[in-house]
Design a protein around this ligand. Structure first.
Ligand code: GLN
Length: 438
């Protein structure tokens, strides 16, 4: 099929089930130039001079700038903001002839766990209708899961790619901090945010990662990470797998993961051991003060003069909580109490994770220690925090991690998280691909 034909069939599916039918609500805006762009890509393919992403149809989270599109961050604040430029990741996708189909729904400014804080309605879970899709990259994961595109970009600050990938039954990668340029990503928490691919397979995740990663002069902390697509299929030998010791309340989830690891061990002869990471139970309490302070600072530009509306006047409850919290914590007299303590704890967690990788090649855990709740179901903020308990430590440390489908419980997808050392994406892909084949 040509790109144009495939685009048309995706658009048909969106027309049928995004706002109507199953009401997935994955998209906030479609690219009106997509048809025209698809034709151009098809011509290039015919001539044999197309890029590595030719034929791939890609959805973009609404906090990434795509020239001419609306990077609303699913907020009333930026409801009418039209991006004047392409983020580095978008520039790279275009250079390789990837086709952008539209902007996806998300938790407002990426603050959330379930996709429900979007100002434009929650995203339905395509694999388990009526349940949340997970957040904050809700629409990106749902659009891939609902077969409305080939792949998507999300952003992950504490789990926002991996959590919804887990609930929607797709693959989601949080690259090492610094692998992928953040230029053109609207910050949530700049020392934690990373853009990453959401796909139907590990090899597609590796493909998209290979394109978007790399040092960028527009992002001073970017370094890039070397991968080699041709080697992804190789099953790595002598792998030492660490199973994270963590009390997962829902035992069915841990059992599913253990079974998967056991199967891989039998098939590949990998060595399995339990691994303990001290202070991991402090991760959530460490993560939030940092996020609050950085988010408060990042949102000061939304004062209603340059971009859209004044954020405090139109934002939802979760965003407001973080702005007020961040403003309080940032006060000089509070500094030692929360923020500096959090920075210290962050160092401890990072150090423990660094030490763990002296013993093992990868660490495995459930991506999310619980199943998703029903859309609209009231759950406490304490319960909400649990969604990120196993993903946010990885952002604090800066490592790379991927969520891949591990099975289902009551027909709800459950994801397995594989974590590798910093800038070891290549090894991570190989291990994940090996699991996919089990
Ligand atoms: N759920 C986490 C939060 O609300 C993570 C969000 C994210 O990764 N953007 O902060």
């Amino acid at each position: 099929m040509t790109t144009l034909e495939r685009l048309k069939s995706y658009l048909k599916e969106i027309e049928k089930n995004d706002k109507k039918g199953n009401k997935i609500n994955a998209f906030l805006q479609l690219n009106l130039r997509a048809i025209e762009e698809a034709k151009k890509i098809d011509e290039k393919i015919k001539k044999g001079n197309s890029g590595k992403l030719a034929g791939k149809i890609i959805a973009i989270k609404a906090n990434i700038n795509v020239n001419g599109m609306n990077a609303s961050c699913a907020s009333k604040t930026l409801e009418n903001y039209k991006s004047p430029y392409d983020a580095t990741v978008i520039k790279k996708i275009r250079e390789e002839d990837g086709l952008i189909i539209g902007m996806t729904n998300m938790d407002e400014f990426a603050c959330g766990w379930s996709g429900e804080t979007s100002a434009f309605g929650a995203t339905n879970n395509p694999k388990a209708l009526g349940f949340v899709s997970g957040g904050s990259s809700s629409g990106s994961c749902a659009s891939v899961s609902a077969k409305m595109c080939d792949m998507a970009l999300g952003s992950d600050t504490g789990g926002s790619i991996r959590v919804p990938a887990s609930h929607c039954g797709v693959v989601g990668l949080k690259p090492s901090y610094g692998s992928v340029s953040r230029y053109g990503l609207i910050d949530m928490s700049m020392s934690l945010d990373q853009i990453g691919p959401i796909t139907k397979s590990v090899s597609d995740a590796a493909l998209l990662f290979e394109i978007i990663n790399g040092k960028d002069e527009k992002d001073a902390v970017s370094l890039g990470s070397r991968t080699n697509l041709k080697e992804i299929e190789k099953v790595p030998k002598n792998i030492k797998v660490g199973i994270l010791e963590f009390k997962v309340k829902d035992e069915r989830i841990q059992k599913l993961i253990d079974k998967k690891v056991e199967e891989a061990k039998n098939k590949y002869g990998w060595k399995i051991q339990k691994i303990k990471i001290d202070y991991i139970d402090l991760a959530i309490a460490t993560y939030f003060p940092i996020v609050y302070v950085e988010f408060f600072s990042a949102t000061r530009k939304f004062d209603g003069r340059r971009y859209g509306k004044r954020i405090e006047e139109v934002c939802g409850e979760e965003v407001l909580r973080r702005i007020l919290g961040g403003s309080e914590i940032s006060k000089a007299e509070q500094a030692g109490r929360y923020y500096y303590l959090a920075l210290k704890a962050r160092k401890l967690i990072e150090e423990e994770i660094r030490k763990a990788f002296k013993k093992v090649d990868c660490i495995i855990s459930p991506t999310v220690p619980r199943l998703p709740h029903k859309i609209g179901e009231k759950i406490s903020i304490g319960e909400m925090f649990q969604y990120d308990a196993l993903t946010c430590p990885i952002n604090l440390a800066g490592n790379c991690a991927i969520s891949i489908p591990a099975g289902e419980i009551n027909r709800i997808p459950v994801g397995m998280q594989i974590i590798c050392d910093k800038f070891q994406e290549q090894k991570l892909f190989q291990i994940a691909r090996s699991f996919e084949k089990v």
